[in-house]
Design a protein around this ligand. Structure first.
Ligand SMILES: [Zn+2]
Length: 457
């Protein structure tokens, strides 16, 4: 068992020099591919023996599922997305124990952790543990369901052809999702906010509610084995403090505090909700402490800048992880993104208005495009600038100019669409943040296939 493949760190250091020049997570295409390939080693399918009685199935779906072997039964922590992937993981885990399942624990309510319970439960229904507020975190925004679904497909690259697939940051690209949620069993034992200590199948188990990625999250502590199951409050990648598929504000301060609390337990083994388990007290404590600090630093810098009157556009470019955290392999922005987190914190605390009166009633996109075209010396000149930006591989600028051209009555919309597709693919190839990369490619493909309206919604 290893904490981390060694190559990713070297690649990352190489990439840092590059990243300074372009977007935060933009590097040479070849470097981006190698970095992502290295991250994929974090969820290659296997059963990891964490201790003599704890086994974690990695890579059977997007998340991890674990089995704790007790005297007269086993405990399952998290159950993957659906019964078929759960059954495959369970079969692999069964190599190590055939004792009956006494309990199932949901670390939080995200679908990739709760949908496969029936595959483990068998006929004798085990107790199912979850927090008291289980299920309140997600699904409340059903009204935004249609657009969230579309954006989810893009973020995870669900429709990408194999050549454009890499991974999902903390999960493999290809997962069997056909029976999503079909094996969910509602919890029958609710862990109160103050936590719970109990014994299951002869194993002492502690439940510690710890809001983070979701408000209903908890971590599980085995005091005898010194194993900590972190759920999705820790995995090997910068935390997804905001998901571009669209999420309500995640209370990042709670998240940071929850991870700091985990570090206090000084686990000898750390089992994340995604990515490889971590072996060794020093490694586990350092990772958790750094992770908590990284979240806190991004929050503090954002709040400070906010109180100085800076807006999210400026802060998204200014807020940085400090040097001593930037080179940590488990904080590389494969999944979460610092600039996205900054914007989420800003909006979470202050809402959409950046305080600048120019933003109270900004011009509508069509009028702005007309004025920008006039400023450029006419639509033709603006269009030439758009093409020049693409030719110079100034992809972000090409995208922004294409968005002006598409609004113009006399603009070449078809050309703008082509430029946008090419620019998106240029950005995608250089991107090592998996959600960004998947989103760029997916949107380019939708545009190319004519699946979006004339104004590209
Ligand atoms: Zn998850």
């Amino acid at each position: 068992m290893r904490a981390r493949p060694g190559t990713v760190w070297l690649l990352f250091v190489l990439a840092l020099a590059d990243a300074a020049a372009g977007g935060e997570t933009q590097v040479e295409p070849e470097v981006a591919s190698r970095m992502l390939a290295s991250q994929t080693e974090q969820f290659e399918q296997q059963v990891v023996k964490v201790t003599d009685n704890v086994y974690t199935a990695v890579g059977f779906h997007g998340a991890n599922t674990s089995m704790i072997v007790g005297t007269d039964g086993v405990i399952i922590v998290d159950t993957l997305l659906g019964p078929s992937s759960a059954a495959r993981a369970y079969k692999a885990l069964r190599e190590y124990s055939d004792k009956p399942v006494r309990a199932i624990i949901y670390t939080h309510s995200h679908g990739d952790h709760i949908g496969g319970a029936t595959a483990f439960a068998g006929d004798r229904r085990p107790d199912i543990y979850a927090t008291e507020n289980f299920g309140v975190a997600e699904g409340v925004n059903a009204v935004a369901g249609p657009i969230k679904f579309k954006r989810n497909v893009r973020q995870f690259g669900r429709n990408l052809p194999p050549a454009e697939q890499t991974n999902r940051g903390v999960a493999p690209a290809n997962t069997d999702d056909h029976d999503r949620g079909k094996g969910f069993i509602p919890p029958n034992i609710r862990v109160p906010a103050e936590g719970l200590k109990t014994t299951i199948a002869g194993i002492d188990v502690e439940f510690h509610p710890a809001p983070g990625e979701t408000d209903d999250a908890m971590f599980i502590w085995l005091p005898d084995e010194k194993v900590l199951f972190a759920g999705d409050n820790f995995y090997s990648a910068f935390p997804n403090l905001y998901a571009i598929r669209g999420t309500a504000y995640r209370n990042v301060l709670n998240w940071s505090e929850s991870v700091a609390k985990m570090a206090e337990f000084r686990p000898h083994f750390l089992v994340p909700g995604h990515t490889m388990p971590v072996h060794g007290e020093q490694a586990a404590v350092t990772m958790l402490s750094d992770y908590s600090e990284a979240i806190r630093v991004v929050y503090d810098q954002t709040v400070q800048g906010m109180n100085e009157g800076k807006g999210p556009d400026q802060l998204a470019h200014e807020v940085k992880l400090p040097e001593h955290l930037r080179d940590r392999p488990y904080l590389i922005e494969f999944y979460g993104s610092v600039p996205h987190a900054v914007r989420a914190i800003y909006a979470g605390l202050l809402g959409w208005f950046d305080g600048n009166p120019a933003a109270l009633n900004p011009l509508g996109p069509r009028v702005r495009a007309q004025k920008v075209a006039r400023l450029a010396g006419g639509t033709e000149k603006l269009t030439a600038q758009m093409q020049a930006a693409l030719a110079q591989e100034d992809y972000q600028w090409a995208l922004e100019l294409a968005d002006y051209v598409k609004w113009l009555e006399d603009g070449d919309r078809e050309l703008a669409r082509k430029v946008k597709i090419a620019a998106l693919r240029g950005l995608a190839a250089r991107e090592y943040n998996a959600p960004n990369r998947n989103y760029y490619y997916s949107y380019a493909n939708e545009l190319e296939a004519g699946q979006l309206s004339e104004l590209w919604h």
